[in-house]
Design a protein around this ligand. Structure first.
Ligand code: HEC
Length: 94
């Protein structure tokens, strides 16, 4: 019985540390953004009074366009989402 409990505890530990590792390896939106997206415009385009992007969906779309087009970033879905989240949290706040 004691033995079983130890095994149970051990497997719980493995599961939680695997989850923690996954969390810390999530893409860093700001880092991705700063590496690829400051060549043409600075972050002021996001905060200017007449900024074009007016919704989260439009932001997603715009990031996708700038990423695939001029920035040639080729981010995967998780990386693209991380950048959208970064821009939304830091600048747009939809
Ligand atoms: C080759 C140049 C270029 C690069 C590199 C670039 N962009 Fe853009 N981006 C533009 C232009 C041009 C506009 C339109 C500016 C305007 O309307 O005055 C724009 C506009 C935007 C807007 C909308 C701003 C608003 O008015 O709300 C967002 C968001 C944006 N870019 C995100 C990105 C992201 C994310 C990246 C990196 C993947 C990136 N851009 C890289 C050229 C670029």
């Amino acid at each position: 019985m004691k033995h079983h409990l130890a095994l149970l505890l051990a497997s719980t530990f493995v599961t939680t540390s695997a989850l923690a590792a996954e969390k810390t390896s999530a893409p860093d939106g700001q880092k991705l953004h700063d590496a690829k997206c400051l060549g043409c415009h600075k972050t002021e385009v996001y905060t200017r009074a007449d900024h074009r992007v007016q919704s989260l969906q439009a932001l997603s779309h715009q990031v996708e366009n700038c990423m695939k087009g001029p920035a040639e970033a080729n981010w995967n879905a998780a990386e693209t989402k991380a950048v959208v989240d970064y821009l939304n949290t830091k600048f747009y706040r939809f």
